[in-house]
Design a protein around this ligand. Sequence first.
Ligand SMILES: Cc1cc2nc3c(=O)[nH]c(=O)nc-3n(C[C@H](O)[C@H](O)[C@H](O)COP(=O)(O)OP(=O)(O)OC[C@H]3O[C@@H](n4cnc5c(N)ncnc54)[C@H](O)[C@@H]3O)c2cc1C
Length: 512
Amino acid sequence: MGQALEAIVIVGGGTAGWSAAACLARFLAKRPAKIVLVDSSTIGTVGVGEASVPNIHNFNGWLGLDERDFIESTQGTFKLGIRFDNWRDRGSSFFHPFGKYGVGFEGIDFHHCLALARERGQTPMLADYSLPIALARGERFAQPVQDARSPLTDYGFAFHFDAGLYAGRLKRYATERGVTHLDRRIADVRLAENGDINALVFEDGTCLQGDLFIDCSGFRALLIEGALKTGYESWQQWLPCDSAVALPCARPMGDLSPYTVAAARQAGWTWKIPLQHRVGNGYVYARDLISDDAATSALIAQMPGVPTASPNYQRFTAGMRRRFWNRNCVALGLAGGFIEPLESTSINLVHRGLSILMDYWPERGVDPRRAEAANRHFELEQKHIRDFIILHYKLTQRWDCDFWRNASEMQVPDSLMHRIDTFRSCGALLQYDAESFKPESWLTMFNGFGVEQESFDSRVFDIDVLRMLGALDVIRQSVAKAAATAMRHEDFVAKFCPSLSSGPGQSVAQNR
Ligand SMILES: Cc1cc2nc3c(=O)[nH]c(=O)nc-3n(C[C@H](O)[C@H](O)[C@H](O)COP(=O)(O)OP(=O)(O)OC[C@H]3O[C@@H](n4cnc5c(N)ncnc54)[C@H](O)[C@@H]3O)c2cc1C
């Protein structure tokens, strides 16, 4: 048995670094380990990241950070899902909600019942059986309730928020619990004789030693790549966007949608994310097909207000670090990889990575078997997400420009092709371990892009079809009724959790 870890060093003070610091401060509260976070105010953070998936509830809940506190301190709003405009073809639109559709009938999955109804000449729309979609259509929001009599009211939701303010809130949480913060620029990383990381070397020549290093240094990947040369698996052949420009604008009064809008464009896609004090906008694009200037102009042309900052340009290569845990170093956030922001999975992967790290925590020194298990687990999670994102491109039926034509014609990973083929053949929604996106999310995509299932669960023929059709009607009406009684999202936020410096156009500086 080795020695218990005594010194944990986190490099980077972005969302990833402060998430790690807060999580480890909570996790190690009863252990003697000392946690130090090093960042550099001369380098700064990536400065984007405004949308999440529902898993953020688990992370904040684990810390004991309640929803109201989170929303108030991050200028947050509620997110029921994403509206995808122009993805299938120009003028099309569908919604990806965080929640199931309808209710199964006599043990048969709901989408098979819907398929049978269609075969019997009915024209039910999947979206009419989702309460989050009905709420979003009316720009409304309601907290889900767990009511055994009505599974329809049990759905997920996430948040839109200012990731910089979130990092600030986590910093307060971590430093109040004993994490030491050092503002120093790292000039070098010193390795021990066995190849592990031994110490950080700062510009002034001083050093900081550690037992375990968490690399949250962003795209620079100072430790995991710079020092340990771990290697990077690129997914650019499937995810060709390699650039983004982000540009916030003031939020027009009355415009506070409880969803993200992701709109397909000539060489990529744009996002629109409403926060309390501003609207976040961005264009994610392939630079060989559109210039930075043209992408910025296209973005500005569809923004709901005038820009309130200069364009923030980012370059990236979609992919993942070959090992998330290498020797005594674990990479989180952009240092560990990036799968482009289409389904807001990056901060989620930071939190998932932390959860896996705790599962395999090196209590008495690094055991390569634990690192291997963690690596396999995290790799699976990332690859499932990768496949889900690639699906958004592969299924397009847009042939009006090179970007989309190439996407529809590309060869996708076998793992993804297998899912598509299986759904086409019999409507089965495959689900594996370590999946962030549940069957209903895959169903949303297949339905949204018009992928038909050629047959369905054969047990559907045993049910009483007339009763099933009647049940479908009841569900559709209940959804519409429940949505109509909910508050408008803007009123909900104003009433329950206005930000500490609330109101369109206000400065966020007061919140830090
Ligand atoms: C265009 C775009 C849109 C995105 N949208 C979303 C989204 O909607 N939802 C989502 O979940 N995620 C999104 N992300 C990802 C999200 O922004 C990041 O995952 C998240 O902010 C974490 O970043 P980070 O902490 O890894 O890196 P950074 O924020 O870049 O932080 C890096 C840190 O390392 C420190 N550092 C670097 N070098 C040194 C050095 N030599 N010495 C000392 N310190 C150093 C810096 O000071 C900084 O503190 C988006 C990313 C991009 C590029």
